[in-house]
Design a protein around this ligand. Sequence first.
Ligand SMILES: [Zn+2]
Length: 326
Amino acid sequence: MPFADIVGHERVIEVFRRSVRSGKTSHSYLFEGPVGCGRKKTALALIQALFCRATDDDACGVCPACRKVAGGNHADIHCIEPLPDKRDISIDQLRELQRELALRPYEAPRKACIIEPADRMSVNAANSLLKTLEEPPGNAIIILLAENADMLLPTIRSRCQVVRFSPLSPEHVRTLLKRNGMDSESAALLALMADGSMQRALELDDESLAGRREMLLKHLSAISLGRIATVFDASEELAGNRGDTLETLDMLLSFYRDMIHLAAGCNDIVNTAIRPALESFAARLGLDRALQVAGDVMETRRAVQRNANVKLALDHLFMKMAGGAT
Ligand SMILES: [Zn+2]
């Protein structure tokens, strides 16, 4: 995938384009950032740009070299990850890599390798890589991927040029999901719940999402009637593990964001499949109350993130929503 097709990370890409154009790329990089934000795609785009001879600062995407990189079968690219039944990348894997890097490239101007996750190299494996990082044989390029650079040995870090990747914005996740063929509405909702990670977005199964939306809406309708028993039923059913609960709260927040839009006279909403229900909620609550509840949901989200008891946090929130608390 050429740089031109990468979504987000504009500043990083611009720097890479400049260094490819001027022929001044580093030989060892450490890409630091959350899983699913596009580090590996960017690493492959950089390698593709270096291997493609058609253009000066990006890959053409169509020449034989570009197609092999995109197809994952370029003989000069080595991807190192833990073996299937192992937790760590072993020293044997790195020795094998070093042997490969010492050979002449088959067809590319240089060899390339991606090590992921770099923080799962055993200490011995990491130490064996130090000299290679400093002076890669045959001008090879080595790209390490890690969520947190601080998890790597300082001796590894200091030998690499560190490139920081931010989580994707919801707009970028939405764009990528739609590019994957997802309908606009599901993409918009998942993008809000994905924490800037495409991997996370894809894990959140679209169909189960529709089911959860229906269930949440059902509880919301019951809570809005203000009966205390329904409040506890709702928190009983909706309180899952911390991650599930955060997703439920994100979904709830997306409902209230839509209600705020509707109450303010703006028709642009995310949850179009339940528009009639949201319109009637918005009409009943009004803008001020919808804003207030959205604030309460965000506060609950922060509390759950800070390890609050999930069930109690939801009890408290739903009581407030039912008008039964202070
Ligand atoms: Zn090309």
